[in-house]
Each structure stands twice: as C-alpha cells, then as structure tokens.
Design a protein around this ligand. Structure first.
Ligand code: PSU
Ligand code: MN
Length: 328
C-alpha cells in the first residue's frame, strides 16, 4: 500500500495503473454493505471486478477502514464489508466523521465519486444512483449523489435510478445542477429493473469513442460529473407492474414504521427484494455486471484518446507559442 496523503491508501495495483494511465473503474461499497444480502453481495462484487479485468481495466472498490479511505479493496476487505453487523453508510457528510472514529464505512455513489476523484480515478460503475425521493416536496429528501455529480469530475455508469424515487424530479434536479444525463444506446431514461421509464432523455450516445470525447471535453472545460444510463440486459429485465406494486408496498411500510433519512434507501431496497422473492437480486446482479463491463470499455476508450492527445499536445502548443512570439 502506498499513501498519497495520510487519509487515502491506494492498493499497489491502483497506484501502478494510475501511474501508467491505464483504465481504472471505481466501485462503491454501500451496494455491498447495505444494498444486497449476503452472500449475493460478495459474489456480485467479485463478479464485477472480474468483468472489469476481462475488459483490460482495473477494478478499484472503495471503502473506509480504520481511519483510512482504501481504494482497491482485497476480497477479505470486501467480505468484511459484506458481512459485518455495523457498517456505516458513508455519504459526503459522513466522510470525516467516519474516518475520525476509525469506523468501518461503506461508500455511497456520492462519497465513492469523491474518493475516486481524490485518487485520480475518473470512471465508476454502480447499479442505481440515488435521486429525489417521492414526496421530496415535503421531506426534502434529495440524495447527496445528485449534488456530488455537480461538483466532482467522475463519470458514473448506472442503470438509471430505481422507481422507489421520483424519476421526473430526479431528472429535473440533474438538469438544474448542470449534470449531463446520457442514455447509452437508448433514448429513454432506464429505470433499473426496467429497460425504460418512458421518460425521454435530452442526450443519447451510441459509441464509446463519442462518450470518451464528451468526457474529455467536459473535464477540459472544468465541468464535473456525468451520468450514463445503461438499460438492464433484456433477458433480465423485470415486469414493471408487479415491481411498481412492490415499491408502493415497501414505501407504505417505511412510512408506517417512521423510516427516514439515510435509512430510507436500504430499507426500501430490502423490502422490494423480499416482496419480489429474490427475483430483484438476480436482476440487480445482471445490471451491475453490465454496467461494470461498459464502464471498463468507456474508461479504455477515454485513456486511448488521452494518450493520443497528450502525444500531439507539445507540437501544437509549441507551434502556437512560436507564432505569437513572432508577431509581437
Ligand atoms: N440504489 C440502489 N442500490 C443501492 C443504492 C442506491 O439500487 O445500494 C445506494 C447507493 O450507494 C446510493 C445510495 O449512492 O444508496 C443513495 O442513498 P441516499 O438515497 O440515502 O443518498
Ligand atoms: Mn436521503
């Protein structure tokens, strides 16, 4: 393990890949600790890492251990997060507190983006991003994932967002925050277990080269996060109607039990899994793997163009400087 400052520890593999400008894909750990049941969570985490490696990229799962942000977890560390009884769910607000307490922490989309960016990792695969919750007009429950996207330069590959959220308000919020929400080979916002939410997106991309170019321009202009929505593979997609009924039921139980704040998302996820008799876990696995694979391909395409443009840069800027000096 090498440290680039005292609160962040990169695995040797991550350190080497950063140095060599090889594609790296960050992975979050809240989905392991709070999003999926054991042992499916650890199996899926491993399968995502394998899928990323198979594409020639390096996976870097992120978590908080003993006062340190670890980027590039071992299987033992992933298993600890997937089995320990009390793992803190760490979003941006919780980062410093969890580190100071030297507690075990799982990172959400927001804090994974933040930690990835601190390490210099630009691509990240997850299942669903957090969003604007249903009823947010009174609860004000808007995931910190959305504001993180507006301030941190990481590209997040997801299957859209779950319909436990208000998808229309989530889209509005991302637009307000200036975050591109791109449909990967689709015109419509994917809705996690369902390929389409029926909501038309403003932006669609069909090739990895185009996506790499967008990322490059976004970051060269000093802009921040990008969301890419990949629909769940057809054969794993669930039917919308029973899912909607299970979601309504889970939200009703959450309200009746007074579940609020950061406990809401894990609670509703667990209930939907229970009500759909585990079918949702299979679909969740399929879409996570699909997103991991695409994120690796996007990262590879990005670093290919980066390498080319860095090779060209000195010539261009050298010529320009000379021209300016000559005319003075
Ligand atoms: N959606 C899922 N599974 C998850 C999450 C969201 O389908 O595990 C997790 C992610 O880590 C996401 C977080 O960043 O929940 C959002 O939580 P909140 O709504 O409290 O911001
Ligand atoms: Mn919330």
């Amino acid at each position: 393990m090498q440290h680039n400052h005292s609160y962040i520890a990169l695995s040797d593999e991550v350190q080497d890949a950063l140095h060599a400008q090889q594609p790296i894909v960050a992975l979050e750990s809240t989905v392991i600790a709070h999003g999926l049941p054991y042992p499916a969570n650890v199996e899926i985490a491993q399968a995502m890492e394998a899928a990323i490696r198979a594409e020639g990229a390096l996976p870097a799962t992120i978590g908080l251990f003993d006062g340190s942000i670890k980027v590039g977890l071992t299987l033992d560390e992933i298993t600890r997060l997937g089995t320990a009884h009390s793992v803190h769910k760490v979003s941006r607000r919780d980062l410093a507190v969890t580190l100071a307490a030297r507690a075990l922490g799982a990172t959400t989309v927001a804090s994974t983006m933040l930690c990835a960016s601190m390490a210099g990792v630009r691509f990240f695969a997850t299942g669903g991003i957090g969003g604007v919750h249903r009823g947010a007009e009174t609860s004000m429950d808007v995931s910190a994932d959305l504001t993180e996207l507006s301030r941190t330069a990481v590209l997040v590959v997801c299957a859209g967002a779950k319909s436990i959220l208000d998808l229309d308000l989530t889209m509005e919020y991302l637009e307000t925050q200036g975050v591109p929400l791109i449909g990967w080979q689709t015109d419509e916002l994917p809705a996690f277990y369902v390929r389409s939410s029926g909501r038309k997106l403003a932006q669609r991309v069909d090739t990895v080269e185009m996506l790499a170019e967008i990322a490059r321009i976004q970051w060269a202009c000093g802009l921040h996060g990008i969301v890419v929505g990949c629909p769940i593979p057809e054969q794993y997609a669930l039917e919308a109607a029973p899912l909607e009924a299970a979601t309504e039921e889970a939200l009703r139980i959450a309200r009746a039990q007074g579940i609020r704040g950061s406990a809401t998302t894990p609670f509703v996820l667990a209930h939907v899994a229970h009500l759909t008799a585990g079918e949702s876990v299979e679909a969740n696995k399929a879409l996570l793997l699909n997103n991991a694979r695409w994120a690796a391909r996007f990262a590879a395409a990005y670093w290919q163009t980066e390498a080319r443009s860095q090779h060209e840069k000195p010539l261009i800027s050298g010529d320009t400087t000379t021209t300016i000096q000559d005319t003075r």
